[in-house]
Design a protein around this ligand. Sequence first.
Ligand SMILES: [Zn+2]
Length: 90
Amino acid sequence: MGLDAGRVLKRSVLCPQCNEDYLFTLRAIAGNPELKCHGCGGSIHLSDRIYEPLLSDVKTALDEIDSARPSFVSAHFESTYASCRPSRIR
Ligand SMILES: [Zn+2]
């Protein structure tokens, strides 16, 4: 399988216990109701209202990643096709 940008790109999530930001991948944020804090090991409940803007940001980013994939492919084929054409038409 190809590289999934959602598993590479990260967003910082505030842990209310240690009051620090920790980085989690977009897929981890979108796919889990709670995250385990890297610092204190506590649970970060993403259902909390303070994470609403973050979750909607992450969802938007993932939608763009998922919808962008076919256009990456077509852009690749278009550039391949373009490079096959003669550079000068007389
Ligand atoms: Zn913590």
